[in-house]
Design a protein around this ligand. Structure first.
Ligand SMILES: Cc1ncc(COP(=O)(O)O)c(C=O)c1O
Length: 489
């Protein structure tokens, strides 16, 4: 029997060894949070040198926790690309706050079953409270509600399921749905899973600000009506992933109201910025959405995973997701049972982390951190624009700015290839992670600056290195035979 285990058949550890293991884990996490700035952003898991780790047979007999934690450090935490690093500018970074991690530890440690009032009434109350805070801040009426899900993809899918249920009684058939071409791919995934006929998904070409053009939307709806289709839903973006663009939600809400359409808003990333008074105006009309998605694991600084689907009328969730079963009969239907409001029956207590973070930090601090990210993207734009070989391709918006290196004498295809090389080179160097995206057919570099600990110096140094890499790579591409500058950056 392993030394730490009190009784093998009961799997019980001694109190002393539990504490030792727990403190060691907390030490690992605190060390990570306090030293992240000194770590390389991009690390790799090398399958070849980790063969022995991969090929171990299932352990018949337990090992010491210390040894297992060492394996985790050596092969897992050390090989991560740190999405929580202040110089991780790619995709949507994940600058999760330490308090959120502790809340998750409590949720797991007590194995809180955030599904039924019977098992965890206070957890349901906290979930309702957090959703109430947000619906209130976003301008929804009292009857609004919501439910936590695993992520933006799951919340969007759930929102579309609600739209289908409430609008069409669960059947799509001739329904048509409208969105801009900047809409996140998870919407298409969600629609496909829900059996939506994808030929009826109208991805409208976005305008020069990457927004959904409201005139095009109106025309598309009219065209479909003439063809005998059933326009049913518009998906608007409150912060696109590509450029942070916010659709004209209020105008789109007017169209939806006039045409009798459902308005689903994907604010998974951007709607957190509506907490800021300075930026609220850009989100005008958010409270008119029928369904809205916001992801605390993006810009509300929570660890994965945490997302919320908000609905204008809480009852719609029950209409869509509630089912009965004889083994659930002990539960009172009048109680708040969150399993009745979403896909999952068993579900973890995801609401705790944002609640605990908000209680400890306060919403003012969280809002300031969001504003800091927005200012940093504006700063990055101003710094990048100083270089004559940089073209800003979308202005800083909601902490996202895009630009590209550009040379008159190069073809568009070569410029694309050059910019891809620049992003790859800085990322491989480990100093910063920068990704590319396509904007109106062009490859551009994309910076997302939501980490509260990112500084202007981080931006300056990253841009300086990008410029150095760009110029070296350009010479390489022009055939001067230089090695791509992966070293000594
Ligand atoms: C606007 C938007 N919607 C949806 C998603 C999908 O969210 P998740 O990755 O949490 O599933 C993302 C992810 O970045 C996003 O930016």
């Amino acid at each position: 029997m392993p030394k730490n285990v009190r009784n093998l058949s009961q799997l019980a550890f001694t109190k002393k060894s539990m504490k030792k293991m727990g403190y060691r884990v907390i030490d690992m996490i605190v060390e990570h949070h306090t030293s992240i700035r000194n770590k390389k952003v991009r690390n790799r898991y090398d399958g070849t040198t980790s063969d022995s780790f991969l090929s171990i047979p299932p352990p018949r007999v337990g090992e010491s926790p210390e040894r297992v934690l060492k394996i985790i450090e050596q092969h897992i935490t050390r090989t991560l690309t740190h999405i929580d690093h202040p110089r991780y500018f790619a995709f949507i970074p994940g600058p999760a706050h330490y308090v959120g991690a502790l809340a998750d530890t409590i949720a797991s440690g007590f194995n809180i079953f955030a599904s039924t009032w019977f098992d965890a009434a206070a957890a349901a109350q906290i979930e309702t409270t957090v959703i109430g805070w947000l619906t209130n801040l976003f301008g929804f009426d009292k009857q609004a509600g919501g439910c936590f899900t695993s992520g933006g993809s799951a919340s969007n899918l759930s929102g579309l399921a609600v739209a289908r249920q409430v609008m069409l009684g669960g059947r799509w058939e001739d329904a048509t749905i409208y969105a801009s071409d900047q809409t996140h791919a998870c919407i298409r995934k969600g629609l496909r899973i829900l059996g939506f006929p994808m030929d009826n998904f109208r991805e409208l070409v976005s305008d020069s600000n990457c927004q959904l053009p409201v005139d095009l939307l109106r025309q598309a709806i009219q065209r479909d009506r003439k063809r005998g289709k059933r326009p049913v839903c518009v998906i608007a973006n409150a912060g696109t992933t590509n450029t942070g663009a916010i659709d004209s939600i209020d105008s789109i809400a007017n169209v939806c109201e006039l045409e009798g359409l459902w308005l689903h808003v994907d604010g998974a990333f951007g709607s957190a910025a509506a907490l800021s008074r300075q930026h609220q105006q850009a989100f005008r009309g958010l409270g008119r959405a029928h369904t809205l998605v916001i992801n605390p694991h993006k810009w509300l600084f929570q660890p994965l995973d945490s997302s919320i689907l908000i609905v204008r009328d809480a009852h719609w969730l029950i209409q869509t997701f509630s089912v009965s079963a004889e083994y659930l009969q002990t539960l009172e239907t009048k109680d708040v049972n969150y399993f009745d409001r979403g896909i999952q029956l068993s579900r973890s207590f995801r609401a705790l982390k944002f609640w605990m973070t908000a209680k400890i930090l306060g919403l003012n601090a969280i809002t300031k951190a969001i504003e800091h990210g927005i200012k940093l993207a504006e700063y990055a734009q101003s710094m990048a624009a100083k270089f004559p070989d940089v073209q800003v391709t979308s202005d800083a918006q909601l902490a996202i700015v895009t630009f590209r290196f550009f040379a008159k004498e190069m073809t568009e295809a070569d410029i694309d290839c050059w910019n891809e090389g620049i992003a790859k080179t800085i990322t491989d160097s480990g100093f910063a992670v920068v990704c590319t995206t396509k904007l109106k057919g062009k490859t551009v570099l994309r910076f997302c600056t939501i980490h509260p600990q990112t500084t202007r110096q981080d931006i300056d140094e990253t841009i300086r290195r990008l410029v150095t890499i760009a110029r070296q790579l350009k010479r390489t591409l022009a055939g001067e035979g230089l090695e791509p500058p992966t070293k000594g950056l």
